[in-house]
Write a protein that binds this ligand. Structure first.
Ligand SMILES: Cc1cc2nc3c(=O)[nH]c(=O)nc-3n(C[C@H](O)[C@H](O)[C@H](O)COP(=O)(O)OP(=O)(O)OC[C@H]3O[C@@H](n4cnc5c(N)ncnc54)[C@H](O)[C@@H]3O)c2cc1C
Length: 403
């Protein structure tokens, strides 16, 4: 580290922190900007453990931040990738109704997507569905040609490279453990150094509520970690799926339901589910972090959420422990998938923000202070929207930090 005084410190080298830092240094080349992360490499958490889908913006409530950031994000992300040689593929996606009872929700999704401006959406019947995905079940589907696949680690690396070329500093292996403030500065204590910055931008993902708390902010929101477990589909059976196959989701939940995802490297994944995790970065069923668990159970909103979603929560936990049930959910969409096809389990952990009333925050949440901006909640489609969220944060920084 060359210096300890900065204009702006971004906490978190995930895709949102890096998109923000890159655009800050693009727009304000003379400002000294540092990105801090506790890990030894970038994109170690949500950014490096997601489904790799470029969402089109179908699901989100019209008028919400998710709807507008995803719609614009899809285009701006692809423009960035075209300009910087990051590969992606617009393979399209199907959201499939298997039973008659799912059709009203499918139609509601179609209306939402259309209201959100998503281009090319089509409601298709059985025959067209089979033409696109011969092995999928279902009676009706939404076809979304503007959905694609990408490796978000590569996007994060490209953001980081431009940020560094612009003169920004990336300080890894530096966990922020305390923050204190004077009228002019924020003092950022890491496990190794103390860094001074005039302003901070909190993009700490699964720990964003903790960083906000270190700034003395009572947001009334707690991050509750939900593990998303998936299996890889055996290579020899990957041809069962051509692109992306999703079920009609439960409208009460922010998760999309177990689905089939073709990855940009050609492999296919099945999942993820959404089970309560006992560690914010707990990637295995046995992961346990006492501090994280106490932090969750001491929050009244957690108990209210548990009561509200008891049935769904218990059935997700049960399915997580019972691979047969996981397989059944997959066979619901693709009947010909077998137990022997499901290999190499993996997982990601979602940062789900919950409020004091036990409500699962559905939308993005960005909170402004005079000397700080906190990205408190940036769940899916956060990676799709990363460029656009970064641009939005730079605009907030310009206003709040008087850049
Ligand atoms: C299972 C799963 C599937 C998903 N699928 C998709 C998808 O297909 N498409 C899509 O658009 N989105 C998807 N998402 C959402 C997407 O991954 C996130 O919206 C996005 O990665 C959020 O990025 P981030 O930078 O906010 O968080 P992160 O990537 O989690 O980055 C936060 C960073 O902060 C650092 N940090 C935390 N605390 C500290 C500290 N005290 N000091 C220093 N550093 C700290 C962490 O080490 C981490 O690197 C998915 C997410 C999950 C979990």
């Amino acid at each position: 580290m060359k210096q300890t005084n900065y204009d702006i410190a971004v906490i978190g080298a995930g895709i949102i922190g890096l998109a923000t830092a890159m655009q800050l240094t693009d727009k304000y080349p003379s400002y000294r900007v540092i990105v801090l992360d506790k890990e030894k490499s970038t994109a170690k958490h949500q950014t490096g453990h997601n489904s790799g889908v470029i969402h089109a913006g179908i699901y989100y409530k019209p008028g919400s931040a998710k709807a507008s950031f995803c719609y614009t994000g899809n285009k701006e992300l692809r423009q960035f990738c075209d300009n910087n040689n990051v590969p992606y593929k617009m393979c399209g996606k199907l959201v499939i109704a298997i039973k008659d009872s799912e059709i009203p929700m499918l139609e509601e999704l179609y209306k939402r997507g259309t209201a959100n401006g998503v281009e090319g959406l089509q409601m298709i019947g059985k025959e067209e569905l089979r033409e696109k995905e011969p092995n999928a079940a279902g009676i009706k589907a939404i076809w979304s040609p503007n959905t694609g696949i990408i490796d978000y680690k590569k996007v994060a690396t490209a953001y980081a490279d431009i940020f560094k070329n612009n003169g920004g500093e990336l300080l890894l292996d530096s966990k922020v453990i305390s923050l204190s403030q004077s009228p002019e500065n924020v003092f950022i204590e890491t496990e190794k150094d103390t860094i001074t910055a005039k302003h901070i931008i909190n993009c700490a993902g699964l720990h964003a509520d903790r960083i906000a708390g270190l700034m003395g902010l009572d947001t009334g929101i707690r991050i509750v970690p939900f593990r998303g477990e998936y299996y890889s589909v055996d290579k020899t059976r990957g041809n069962l799926i051509n692109g992306l196959i999703y079920p009609v989701p439960d409208p009460a939940m922010p998760f999309l339901g177990v689905h089939f995802t073709t990855r940009i490297d050609g492999s296919v994944e099945a999942g993820p589910n959404a089970v309560l995790a006992f560690a914010r970065e707990g990637y295995s069923k046995l992961s346990f972090n006492l501090n994280d668990v106490l932090n969750t159970v001491s929050f009244p909103g957690f108990w209210k959420m548990s009561v509200k979603h008891l049935r769904t929560g218990l059935s997700e936990q049960y399915r997580s422990l019972n691979k047969n049930l996981f397989l059944k959910s997959l066979q619901y969409l693709v009947p010909d998938i077998h137990m022997s096809d499901l290999i190499a389990p993996g997982a990601g952990v979602r940062a789900q923000a919950v409020d004091r009333g036990g409500n699962l925050l559905q939308d993005f949440s960005i909170i402004e202070q005079k000397n700080a901006i906190h990205v408190l909640s940036a769940p899916s489609p956060g990676a799709t929207s990363s460029f656009t969220i970064g641009k939005h944060i730079v605009a907030l920084a310009q206003k709040n930090f008087e850049l």
